[in-house]
Ligand binder design. Structure first.
Ligand code: NAP
Length: 408
């Protein structure tokens, strides 16, 4: 898409210091925020700041080779880790901590992470859900994979499972996931036989504090019961899990941008079906919050493109567009990156990864997805993106705006 004639990529630009939303709206008829949800929701517990307590964005960034997290050094010289959350990210993290070196073959995990994980002493990974097996947010394929790990066995306490007949009320995907949990529970008595690691599912368990002398040593957990609204209610009974590593996988949030209304509760921009207002739109996790995969978010993007095409009307195309943006960025001394510059960076990074070990994850910017038909009237699509490795916070991902009136 970035190679098509009506798309212009302007990299290494941060909304805020380099250009404000107000300025972009003054230059373009439509501005679309596709900034994702790169930040962890805070755990907010006593002891959350101790070394050894890590958010999933940092941990996933570390093993995927994100330059901001290359120096994370998660403590893997400990016997046990606690993974908080019952979503797919928690599953990803539990799996990464449990795989053997051979199981990473062919993956694009960062070389530094692979090396550290190979030396890991972790033998038990606790996966904590504050509610029960019928309330997990894990999908069946991802959960089923835990049953096929070379050197790790999942364990579920049969007492945590509701009566089997209750599964009939679940939607089919959820029923499949719960069936995996039942299989793990059935095999739990002999789980671990011949395997060095276990993945222990702790259901009805909400973390209340992290303790340790200068670093995480144990997680204090309160047992819960489901309330009438299916929410978790603390029972007052607590227990401790000895663990030197705590990874919180409780969801992400979009970073606020000055001048853009923000819904703090949902961790996303305040919007109605992708429309923020006044020529400003949002897509992806910035629109819907941190749920769903590309398959869920892509149709939302098409819908917003169609809305823009309708809303622009005849008055569009009178703004300065690229010339105005270039003048403004130049005046501010911004060191912008064109798409061909970006390709050179990409080639250099890929070359750095040759020789068997991947240097970093594949860049989503190399995706070949085609623009929606409704976007065809746009003469110019401007993509603003921080260049890889250059700026710490990926504040602004994509904006597109027509350069000339639709249909001209
Ligand atoms: P998620 O699916 O929303 O799961 C978050 C989990 O954290 C839930 O179990 C939630 O429990 C729990 N949680 C939230 N606040 C908590 C707290 N204060 N204390 C304890 N637990 C808490 O989020 P995610 O795992 O980050 O995934 C985000 C999206 O990416 C999802 O749509 C996911 O399916 C997708 N994803 C997909 C894949 C894949 O397909 N391979 C991989 C990774 C991510 P409650 O339900 O009780 O709130």
């Amino acid at each position: 898409m970035a190679l098509s004639e009506n798309v212009r990529f302007v990299g290494n630009v941060t909304v805020g210091p380099d250009v404000s939303i107000e300025e972009l709206l003054g230059l373009y008829d439509a501005v679309i925020l596709a900034t994702g949800a790169p930040e962890d929701r805070p755990l907010g517990l006593p002891g959350s700041g101790l070394p050894g307590v890590i958010g999933s964005a940092a941990f996933v960034g570390w093993y995927n080779g994100h330059p901001d997290f290359a120096g994370l050094k998660p403590p893997l010289d400990v016997a046990a880790a606690a993974v908080i959350g019952n979503g797919n990210v928690a599953l990803d993290v539990a799996r990464i901590l449990s795989k053997t070196r051979a199981e990473f073959d062919g993956s694009d995990i960062a070389a530094h992470a692979l090396e550290a994980l190979e030396r890991s002493s972790i033998r038990t990974v606790h996966v904590l859900g504050r509610r029960g097996p019928h309330q997990i947010a894990m999908t069946p394929k991802e959960l089923g994979e835990l049953g096929h790990l070379e050197d790790a066995a999942p364990r579920v306490d049969p007492a945590d499972l509701p009566p089997a007949e209750a599964d009939a009320l679940l939607e089919p995907g959820m029923r499949k996931s719960v069936t995996h949990l039942r299989d793990f529970a059935a095999a739990s008595a002999g789980a671990g036989a011949g395997k060095r690691k276990t993945i222990d599912f702790d259901f009805f368990a909400v973390p209340v504090a992290i303790e340790g002398d200068g670093k995480a040593a144990r997680l204090i957990v309160e047992r819960t019961a489901l309330g009438p609204d299916l929410g978790a209610r603390g029972t007052g009974e607590t227990y401790a899990i000895d663990c030197g590593l705590v990874i919180s996988c409780i969801g992400y949030k979009t970073l606020p941008i000055e001048g853009v209304p923000y819904d703090a509760e949902r961790g996303r921009f305040a919007n109605r079906d992708g429309v923020i207002g006044g020529g400003l739109y949002c897509v992806g996790w910035a629109r819907r919050g941190p749920t769903g995969t590309i398959g869920t978010n892509r149709p939302d993007g098409f819908e917003v493109a169609e809305k823009i095409a309708v809303e622009l009307g005849d008055g569009a195309g009178m703004k300065q567009g690229p010339a105005g943006l270039d003048a403004l960025l130049q005046a501010r001394g911004a060191d912008t990156v064109t798409f061909s510059d970006w390709q050179r960076i990409e080639a250099a990074e890929a070359a750095g990864g040759k020789g068997g070990e991947p240097a970093r994850e594949a860049s989503p910017a190399s995706s070949t997805c085609s623009p929606p038909s409704a976007a065809e009237p746009f003469r110019t699509v401007l993509a603003l993106q921080p260049a890889p490795s250059y700026r710490p916070a990926p504040v602004f991902r994509l904006a597109f705006a027509p350069d000339a009136p639709v249909g001209e």
